[in-house]
Design a protein around this ligand. Structure first.
Ligand SMILES: CC(C)(COP(=O)(O)OP(=O)(O)OC[C@H]1O[C@@H](n2cnc3c(N)ncnc32)[C@H](O)[C@@H]1OP(=O)(O)O)[C@@H](O)C(=O)NCCC(=O)NCCS
Length: 226
């Protein structure tokens, strides 16, 4: 499924596609939105025009994982309100989606729940208020010991890890990131992978969290490729 625009990584029932949305999104006119989106098709009409290509591309990539990689039937998405984790119709698979500029990450797990996030390394991560909202006390001490460029990249990645975890749980930004020790996650609730393409210098930080289907305070391990 990998091509010039996207890359598939699959391991242990976790399937993640990362890449760029096409500059000219072809084929959407010909596509039946009901087949792709299921009962969530109504959402399409509510989207700003700039969001349509990204929204549809994400759903196409999810469908490709489900039908090509996993060889499962495709019944679209359930209609969910904005701010609620997307759900596949008539499926035990769990799915997560993240957008940043022209970049996209989608993930599907066969068991448990998945959260993905992508963040662009940017000056917003230099703001003291952001570090206060994001970090545990020990994470702030570590950030304060880094040089400016490293600090920005590290905080961007930290945000991506915590947001991916929040999205796996389905709670989004309602999660208090200051209460989540990112390093401790490795020993707590779930198996997590952190993908950081071209780690260190990359402009984008991608994180993937996979949590067991059990309530989020069960045992866990972590796998990190970042
Ligand atoms: C989920 C959330 C963390 C997304 O953050 P973001 O940085 O703006 O956007 P991202 O690109 O990383 O993620 C967007 C995707 O998250 C997914 N998502 C939305 N709510 C989610 C939730 N509660 N849990 C997991 N995933 C969620 C959606 O698939 C969305 O993509 P889509 O618009 O193509 O459907 C944030 O919007 C949030 O906390 N939402 C919940 C609370 C909320 O928004 N309430 C307002 C309701 S009107």
């Amino acid at each position: 499924m990998s091509d010039a625009r996207r890359t598939l990584v699959s391991a242990r029932g976790v399937h993640v596609v990362t890449g760029h949305i096409p500059a000219v999104a072809s084929g959407f006119d010909a596509e039946d939105p009901d087949e792709l989106l299921g009962t969530d098709a109504a959402t399409l009409r509510t989207l700003d025009a700039t969001r349509v290509a990204s929204y549809l591309t994400a759903r196409r990539w999810v469908r490709d994982i489900v039908t090509v990689r996993l060889r499962r039937p495709w019944r679209g998405f359930e209609a969910t309100p904005r701010g609620v984790k997307p759900r596949l119709a008539d499926s035990t698979l769990d799915v997560s989606i993240a957008h940043a500029g022209d970049r996209l990450v989608v993930g599907v797990v066969e068991h448990g729940r998945i959260g993905v996030d992508i963040e662009l390394v940017a000056s917003v991560f230099d703001q003291p208020s952001l570090a206060r909202r994001l970090c545990t006390p020990s994470e702030r001490r570590r950030a304060d010991g880094l040089g400016p460029a490293e600090r920005r990249a590290w905080l961007t990645q930290l945000w991506a890890v915590k947001e991916s975890y929040a999205k796996a749980l389905g709670v989004g930004l309602a999660l208090d990131f200051r209460q989540v020790d990112a390093a401790g996650l490795r020993h707590r609730d779930a198996v997590r992978g952190v993908l950081t393409p071209a780690a260190g210098t990359s402009h984008a930080k991608i994180a993937v969290s996979w949590v067991t289907a059990a309530p989020p305070r069960s045992r866990s391990t972590i796998r990190s490729t970042g």
